[in-house]
Each structure stands twice: as C-alpha cells, then as structure tokens.
Design a protein around this ligand. Structure first.
Ligand code: GAR
Length: 203
C-alpha cells in the first residue's frame, strides 16, 4: 500500500481528480493520507473536506528547508515516508528545497500546464499563447532540484486555436490534466515506472 500526501496552494482541482479516481478505483493500492496547503484560503481545502481526508495548512514566512522540514514533519505524522509514500504536487506554488527533493527522491510528482521543457514556471498557458505555438498541453514529471525540470512521465497535447484566450486554453489543458495525473499516479503505484538517466520507461 502506497501512502499519498498531496500538496496544494489553490483551487485543488487536480487533487480532486486524483481523489475521485482513487474513490472510483478501489483496487488501486493507494491510501490518501493528508492534504497540505501552503495557503490558508486555498479552495482545495474545502474540496478535500468532501473526501474526509485530513488537511493541514503550513503557512509562514520561513523559506527553503526551514519551511519544507515542517511539510516533511506533517507528511511523516501521517505515515507518508520515503519508503512507503508518494507526494503529489497539485497546483503547489512553491519550489522545493534540495533537502526535500533528496529525502523523497523520485517519490514526488508534479503536474505542469505545458509540454515541458517548453514554458516552465508561472503563466505557462499565456506564454504558449503569446509565443504562438499551435500545440501545447500538460506534463506529469518527477520533481528534481530545478524548476519543472525533472524526468517526464507522461504528456498530453492540446491544440491551440486562433481564437483561444488564456482562459479557454487553460480550461482545455485542465481537462487533460485531470486525466493525466490520476493515470500517472496509478502507474507509479503499480511499479510500472522505471528511470534510465532522464528517460522514464513505462512498463
Ligand atoms: C494547474 O493548471 C497546474 O497544472 C498548475 O496550476 C494549476 C492548479 O490548478 N501548476 C503549475 O503551474 C505548477 N507550475 P488546481 O489547483 O485546480 O489543480
């Protein structure tokens, strides 16, 4: 059994898609243990309460490992450990410290709203639109010490149309995110992922 911790900062729709997936697919061997938010006002906290999963807010001015060690303490309190745990970043708007990444090495996943390595960082949908790309999408990847730079597990593409606004494009990408993230979590839980250098092989 894999113990799951989800880190959020806002709306929490990707968190919800993972929790819905786990509720509908009881054979998947993952137990959601704790939702941690970096923001007290995150809408995702309200969404999480519908699932009866414990939530915690870690909101303060500390930075780097000072902050992340508080997150790790909460994860471990709920038995989400490097040996038996998976940490999913779902709209979590903080860069992780190297200490956190090393501690949960290859056990932290993130979803990003572009086809990485294009458009890392913030406002990726706007950057894609402004650049004029015809295809964008979303990516689930392992978290490493860089910004949206870890090994890519899977991607889904979304066509950009001439009359897209940032909002219409973001909505269509989000629909694909909600399919892609539970799929990758499920792959991880079934040990179907192996890594060769930067390359993720799905068995
Ligand atoms: C999602 O589009 C996610 O890909 C993006 O924030 C949104 C969160 O939505 N994440 C990033 O940009 C991370 N760099 P949600 O809170 O409804 O899941």
């Amino acid at each position: 059994m894999l113990n799951l911790g989800i880190l959020i900062s806002g709306r929490g729709s990707n968190m919800e898609s993972i929790l819905n997936y786990l509720r509908e697919n009881r054979t998947v061997d993952i137990c959601p243990k704790i939702i941690i938010s970096s923001k007290p006002e995150a809408e995702g906290l309200r969404r999480a309460s519908k699932f009866g999963i414990p939530t915690r807010v870690v909101y303060n001015d500390s930075k780097g490992w000072d902050y992340d060690s508080e997150i790790v303490n909460v994860l471990q309190e709920y038995n989400v450990n490097p040996e038996n745990g998976l940490v999913c970043l779902a709209g979590y708007m903080r860069l992780l410290s190297p200490e956190f990444v090393q501690k949960y090495k290859m056990r932290i996943l993130n979803i990003h709203p572009s086809l990485l390595p294009s458009f890392p960082g913030l406002n990726s949908q706007k950057k894609a639109l402004d650049y004029g790309v015809k295809v964008t999408g979303c990516t689930v990847h392992f978290v490493d010490e860089g910004l949206d730079s870890g090994p890519i597990i899977a991607q889904k593409h979304v066509l950009v149309s001439d009359n897209d606004t940032c909002e219409t494009l973001s909505d269509r990408i989000l629909e694909q995110e909600h399919i892609l993230y539970p799929y990758c979590v499920q792959l991880f839980s079934k040990n179907r992922i192996s890594i060769q250098g930067r390359k993720v092989i799905v068995n």
